[in-house]
Write a protein that binds this ligand. Structure first.
Ligand SMILES: *[C@@H]1O[C@H](CO)[C@@H](O)[C@H](O)[C@H]1NC(C)=O
Ligand SMILES: *[C@@H]1O[C@H](CO)[C@@H](O)[C@H](O)[C@H]1NC(C)=O
Ligand SMILES: *[C@@H]1O[C@H](CO)[C@@H](O)[C@H](O)[C@H]1NC(C)=O
Ligand SMILES: *[C@@H]1O[C@H](CO)[C@@H](O)[C@H](O)[C@H]1NC(C)=O
Ligand SMILES: *[C@@H]1O[C@H](CO)[C@@H](O)[C@H](O)[C@H]1NC(C)=O
Ligand SMILES: *[C@@H]1O[C@H](CO)[C@@H](O)[C@H](O)[C@H]1NC(C)=O
Ligand SMILES: *[C@@H]1O[C@H](CO)[C@@H](O)[C@H](O)[C@H]1NC(C)=O
Length: 664
């Protein structure tokens, strides 16, 4: 009897928080006791907060309503039915300035996303099925990273995804104010709750997406309004839910409440019943200050407190990590304050771009008036930091006209700042792919190629120790005022080699530039650098990225395409069309063949950088390519395993960090 009463009570409690009805609708004001189908890191906290991914690396999570809904009418031909949903979410990055990938509202014919990849694939698709019409997935993405491979517009946008991560329509996050009509920006990854409404009208095929801060009434003008025929996407029975993924940038994605309805308007949420958000560290701090202030009852103590607060704030603002072992690097160590001032407080207008491992800012050192580029890298592990800093300081002593000078570094909690010479013309990929800029002539390209080869030869053979670059690609080649190529970003990859446990090997590099043995052994060598250099040669000669999307969402390797043309005797046809045939045929042919030779699947077949230099200078003749040369295609491990999201807005190349479990 008592247990029965308890059961009834429990059901009543559950019903007061959540209700799911047979008429194709539900309202969850918090998820306590709600039957959801969860996978990955997704879980419901005791207070009813649905957490899709917590701040764990490579975390993915899905949460679906356990029962599918009927999305097609019974008429012939079946039309897509209308639906409407609204939910309150929050994206809480571990570090306030940079966040993991984001959150997607999903309508899908399946809840099984076990073959999907994390990071920029948002746990929805993988390399081979992204874009495939057989996916039957509609996504509304709340995306906080700009991935150039999916033509993301920025690192804070809302997009409509149909079977693909390349949005059919997207726009910066924000809303239109009802009274003024003005557009108000919003920052998705700001740790505050926001609400989104997704409404689809089946008859006129209109899909509206509206965003607003909580608690604000739904703005009249939607953020996105698209006419989309979903009849081929929707099947009769479809699941609704959420998908979310982290890369190495740690972010908690959560949903506080969710309402859904077929053929009608989703019921509004009751904000008072929504669970609270977990407090982030920075919030704890500001709350403590807020409690302190009222205690100061007279003007004097207020003044004292204000001064203390100012001092503390200044301390926090300029705080850095400096340990004993760093004393010896005195001259290479910059103070955070100096870099903060140099870049005007890391203001957006000093942002040169974000790529590779973090954001890069332009600055002028206050003391010496030297123009510099400052790279901010988020890095939470202190393990191996000593070795890494020793290495970058030693690399900082490298001097070569084709190697970007590293001037020094600074360390703070969770981040590392590297200071480089400023390169006024930016990176080579900007010139190769930005159609608004004049195309580089062949002579300019050939000079850049030779410069990069000579810089790499210096790293491999001419300096006192062998330096493996690990991430050669067009976006890591910077152009000085005379358009000479300079290699940048070397050694950074090592940062992510340190501090990994015995069961995982992080292979750092970029898709299309990764030698096959690197993906299996995880060991970067001068030979893997030569492989990447080969891909770089093809990239510069062809004006194409090493991996491009082909038909049916398959990835096509530039190497394969050039190889095919070489076998067919149409090698020269692969030259960049922007050159309009204006190049010495022998030079173009030599560069293309050298690219193939350097990117040979067998490390032993690849030349050394010294031999490469001789071939480019015409001092020795290149060997013929072996007729049995075949490529290996996209390594299968990479298709299966995780990706990271170190691909950002202005670095237009595809850049990933792979994490291979159980590797050497
Ligand atoms: C994230 O969740 C997993 C499992 O749910 C747990 O093992 C891990 O400790 C959590 N990490 C953090 C940072 O909360
Ligand atoms: C949750 O819903 C699914 C699908 O309706 C059902 O099979 C399962 O038994 C439910 N689980 C609980 C704990 O009610
Ligand atoms: C892509 O779709 C086609 C049919 O449209 C299917 O045959 C193929 O297997 C799909 N490819 C993948 C990788 O899912
Ligand atoms: C809103 O964001 C856009 C894109 O980031 C920016 O160009 C614009 O200046 C911002 N507007 C305001 C009022 O902050
Ligand atoms: C979408 O927004 C437009 C413009 O505000 C509105 O006229 C239309 O009724 C909306 N459609 C849906 C399905 O909400
Ligand atoms: C994309 O959304 C904007 C803003 O709602 C709208 O004006 C535009 O027509 C949409 N584009 C497409 C292709 O649907
Ligand atoms: C990609 O996902 C599809 C399912 O959509 C699966 O059939 C395929 O095996 C996956 N590919 C890889 C390489 O995991």
């Amino acid at each position: 009897m008592a247990s029965r009463l308890l059961k009834t009570l429990l059901i009543l409690v559950i019903l007061s928080f959540a209700s799911s009805r047979e008429d194709g609708s539900f309202v969850f004001n918090g998820f306590r006791g709600v039957n959801l189908s969860l996978d990955g890191f997704a879980s419901v906290m005791p207070d009813g907060l649905l957490v899709l991914t917590n701040a764990s690396s490579q975390a993915i999570g899905h949460a679906f309503h356990p029962k599918p809904f009927k999305f097609k009418s019974d008429t012939t031909p079946a039309t897509t039915l209308s639906f409407s949903t609204t939910f309150v979410f929050a994206i809480i990055p571990k570090y306030s300035y940079i966040s993991g990938k984001g959150l997607v509202f999903v309508v899908s014919h399946t809840t099984d996303f076990s073959t999907a990849l994390p990071a920029q694939y948002m746990a929805l698709f993988n390399l081979s099925d992204n874009g495939n019409a057989t996916n039957h997935v509609l996504g509304i993405e709340l995306d906080t990273i700009a991935n150039s491979e999916f033509q993301d517009i920025n690192d804070n946008h809302v997009g409509i995804d149909v079977n693909s991560l390349q949005s059919t329509n997207s726009t910066g996050a924000g809303y239109y104010d009802d009274s003024t009509g003005a557009f108000q920006n919003m920052t998705l990854a700001s740790s505050v709750p926001m609400q989104i409404w997704v409404d689809y009208e089946g008859e006129d095929m209109q899909l509206n997406v509206t965003l607003a801060p909580v608690p604000m009434a739904k703005p009249n003008k939607p953020l996105l309004s698209s006419t989309i025929d979903l009849s081929s996407v929707m099947m009769d029975s479809m699941y609704v839910g959420f998908s979310s993924a982290n890369g190495h940038l740690l972010t908690t994605h959560c949903v506080l409440g969710w309402s859904f309805k077929m053929n009608g308007i989703a019921e509004p949420l009751d904000y008072a019943k929504l669970p609270p958000l977990p407090l982030s560290d920075s919030k704890h701090k500001s709350q403590k200050l807020a409690i302190w202030l009222p205690l100061a009852s007279c003007t004097f103590s207020l003044l004292v407190v204000a001064t203390v607060v100012l001092v503390v704030k200044r301390r926090i603002k300029y705080a850095e990590l400096l340990e004993d072992w760093e004393q010896e690097y005195g001259p290479h160590r910059f103070s955070y304050k100096e870099l903060f001032r140099a870049t005007k407080g890391f203001k957006d207008k000093t942002l040169l771009g974000s790529g590779g491992f973090g954001k890069v800012y332009q600055g002028v050192l206050p003391s010496s008036k030297v123009e510099v580029a400052v790279k901010r890298i988020s890095h939470e592990s202190r393990q191996g930091m000593k070795e890494f800093v020793a290495e970058i300081v030693s690399i900082g002593q490298l001097r070569h006209r084709n190697v970007v000078q590293l001037l020094g570094y600074c360390r703070r909690k969770g981040e590392l700042l590297l200071v480089y010479d400023y390169m006024p013309n930016g990176s080579l990929d900007g010139f190769l792919y930005d159609k608004t800029r004049p195309a580089l002539s062949w002579a300019q390209r050939f000079r850049i190629i030779k410069g990069v080869a000579s810089g790499l030869l210096y790293l491999h053979e001419d300096w006192e120790q062998i330096v493996v670059h690990r991430d050669i690609k067009a976006s890591n080649v910077l152009l000085d005022s005379g358009l000479n190529g300079q290699l940048g970003d070397f050694g950074l990859a090592r940062l992510y080699d340190h501090g990994t446990d015995a069961h995982t090997t992080h292979i750092v590099g970029t898709m299309g530039y990764l030698a096959p043995e690197l993906t299996s052994t995880g060991k970067a060598t001068t030979k893997t650098d030569v492989f990447a250099f080969g891909a770089f040669l093809l990239e510069v000669a062809c004006g194409r990225r090493p991996v491009e999307p082909g038909a049916e969402g398959q990835q096509v390797l530039l190497l394969d395409w050039v190889l095919e043309n070489w076998k067919r005797g149409t090698l020269l046809a692969t030259g960049d069309s922007r050159l309009a045939g204006d190049f010495p045929v022998e030079e173009m042919e030599a560069v293309l063949k050298l690219g193939l030779l350097c990117s040979h699947p067998s490390p032993d077949a690849r030349p050394t950088m010294r031999q490469v230099m001789h071939f480019l200078d015409g001092d020795s003749t290149m060997p013929e390519l072996p007729p049995a040369y075949t490529s290996i295609g996209v390594p299968s491990q990479i298709q299966r395993e995780g990706f990271d999201d170190y691909t950002m807005s202005s670095s237009s190349s595809v850049s990933h960090m792979f994490s291979l479990s159980g590797g050497g």
